[in-house]
Design a protein around this ligand. Structure first.
Ligand code: HEC
Ligand code: HEC
Ligand code: HEC
Ligand code: HEC
Ligand code: HEC
Length: 366
């Protein structure tokens, strides 16, 4: 009797919880895409493979033995014990030995997103019931011996598939912790055209194609060079001063995550001597009572100097450029605002403390 009960409980669990083929499975036929994907934040989204995510989770009030890891909704959505992981008071916490949690946002998970259910706190991905059947947007393709293919271009190459996790995330005080402007499509550009450009290399090794959609997901951690074309640095010389314009041609704010800090650096070389001008910082800081706080305590936007979607941000420099000078302007950022490092115990983390270079422009003054 007990066994029958256990079995039926198990089968209910099995029905309710979709299971996903591991990303490793795709490697044999999609080696190029797999290699690109492996080094991305999607593949490394769990607390075990992303030290910044882990550091924030460590300080999170819900991080107790009895509480839930609600972050799983977007960071480990394919966990085989997902329902248990996000439930409170059951003692189930993230487990480094669970391979399905280490998958992060996996190939099969993303390719089974059928639709997006809008939500107030965050959106929800609706996963197709049929396993081993993947959505894609190829205009023509051969059959795959391993899985079914469902063509849904509208949903896939429009970037709609991204907004279940990337649209917005609110806290209990109705503060938008992080959001990507999803309405704003620029000249037909969208999440996929900017973040998954077509590059050389075959879609699979069973059917040679010239190109495929890049699965290295350029962002703030890697492949930034593939995004620099969407941000221009423009110089305007005035009588005694000069202005630098950051022309953001992307449809969302730059360094949009609330932990980031963007920095504009300028140096002038005159007759062999280099002068570093003052660094200018750009960040969106959320908090309470005028001070920055962790996201879960934030009740207001304390300060927002981040460069907005489609904005041309002008920064003035009180410095007179002369003929023969070389002005070198750099945009870069810190993944974690230096002011937050200590409270997150990230002072020794290389990735969190490093100045990540984005783009440099050199101007010869005539
Ligand atoms: C609604 C989806 C969603 C949920 C829920 C969610 N996140 Fe995220 N998280 C994201 C997305 C999308 C990004 C990438 C955003 C970016 O890079 O701008 C991200 C990035 C992060 C980062 C930056 C990581 C890095 O390496 O730079 C941290 C830290 C983070 N999340 C912490 C958390 C924590 C802690 C929780 C749970 C308490 C959580 N998130 C829940 C969607 C979510
Ligand atoms: C045994 C080989 C094989 C394996 C394993 C395999 N695929 Fe495929 N897949 C193919 C072939 C062949 C195509 C068609 C390629 C073409 O026509 O250019 C394809 C196409 C696709 C497409 C494109 C659909 C479209 O029309 O845009 C997606 C998405 C996809 N596979 C996902 C996956 C995922 C995810 C995995 C791992 C869970 C995987 N595949 C594993 C052989 C395989
Ligand atoms: C299941 C949720 C989910 C979906 C769907 C999703 N993402 Fe993400 N994405 C994340 C999370 C979580 C992170 C941050 C992971 C981390 O750093 O820990 C992230 C990070 C990123 C980053 C930042 C990479 C970097 O180097 O900083 C980019 C760019 C990105 N996603 C683009 C996309 C695009 C484009 C799509 C749609 C094709 C998409 N994402 C779909 C959850 C998702
Ligand atoms: C016109 C091109 C363009 C479009 C469209 C676009 N992005 Fe970006 N995205 C960029 C650029 C450029 C950056 C790098 C600059 C920066 O650091 O924010 C970036 C950075 C990001 C990051 C990393 C931010 C961080 O702080 O870690 C994420 C996540 C992201 N984009 C997701 C998306 C999603 C999701 C969409 C669609 C809703 C989208 N992007 C649409 C150009 C674009
Ligand atoms: C974050 C979501 C996401 C993840 C993770 C992801 N893909 Fe994709 N994939 C897409 C989107 C969106 C497209 C459609 C791109 C387009 O239309 O330009 C795509 C396209 C494809 C295609 C068709 C090829 C092409 O050039 O359009 C194949 C095959 C594929 N993916 C396989 C994989 C495999 C294998 C993995 C893991 C190694 C993977 N995908 C991981 C979102 C994802």
């Amino acid at each position: 009797m007990k066994n029958i009960l256990l079995l039926s409980v198990l089968s209910v669990l099995l029905v309710a919880q979709p299971t996903f083929e591991s990303s490793e499975t795709c490697k044999s036929c999609h080696p190029t895409i797999y290699d690109e994907f492996k080094s991305t934040q999607h593949a490394k989204a769990s607390i075990f493979d992303d030290e910044i995510h882990a550091a924030v989770w460590k300080k999170h009030p819900k991080n107790t033995k009895m509480s839930s890891y609600a972050c799983a909704k977007c960071h480990t959505p394919g966990a085989s014990n997902y329902d248990e992981l996000v439930k409170t008071h059951n003692g189930i916490v993230p487990d480094a030995n669970d391979a399905t949690q280490r998958e992060g946002v996996s190939c099969a998970y993303c390719h089974r997103i059928e639709s997006i259910q809008p939500g107030k706190m965050s959106n929800t991905n609706i996963i197709a019931k049929e396993g081993k059947s993947y959505f894609g947007s190829l205009k023509s393709h051969i059959e795959s011996p391993f899985h079914k293919i469902k063509t849904d271009s509208k949903h896939f190459n429009s970037g709609n598939v991204c907004v279940g996790c990337h649209s917005h995330k609110k806290n209990k005080y109705d503060i938008n912790v992080c959001s990507t402007n999803i309405e704003n499509e620029l000249d037909g550009a969208n999440c996929v055209s900017c973040h998954m450009p077509k590059v050389k290399g075959s879609v699979s090794n069973m059917h040679e194609t010239k190109e495929h959609a890049f699965h290295g997901f350029p962002g703030t951690h890697s492949h930034q060079d593939m995004l620099t074309q969407y941000v221009d640095i423009i110089l305007k010389q005035n009588d005694k001063t000069f202005d630098i314009t950051i022309d953001n041609k992307s449809s969302h704010a730059l360094t949009l995550h609330p932990m980031r800090m963007m920095q504009l650096r300028a140096k002038v070389t005159r007759e062999g001597k280099t002068t570093q001008l003052e660094h200018k910082n750009f960040a969106r800081i959320i908090g309470a009572d005028g001070k920055g706080t962790p996201p879960w305590l934030a009740k207001e936007v304390v300060q927002d100097t981040a460069v907005k979607a489609n904005e041309k941000r002008v920064t003035g420099y009180d410095y007179t450029l002369k003929k023969g000078d070389t002005l070198e302007v750099t945009i870069g950022y810190y993944l974690v605002n230096p002011k937050m490092l200590k409270s997150l115990d990230l002072e020794k983390s290389e990735v969190a403390t490093k100045f990540h270079h984005f783009k440099t422009e050199k101007f010869e003054i005539k």
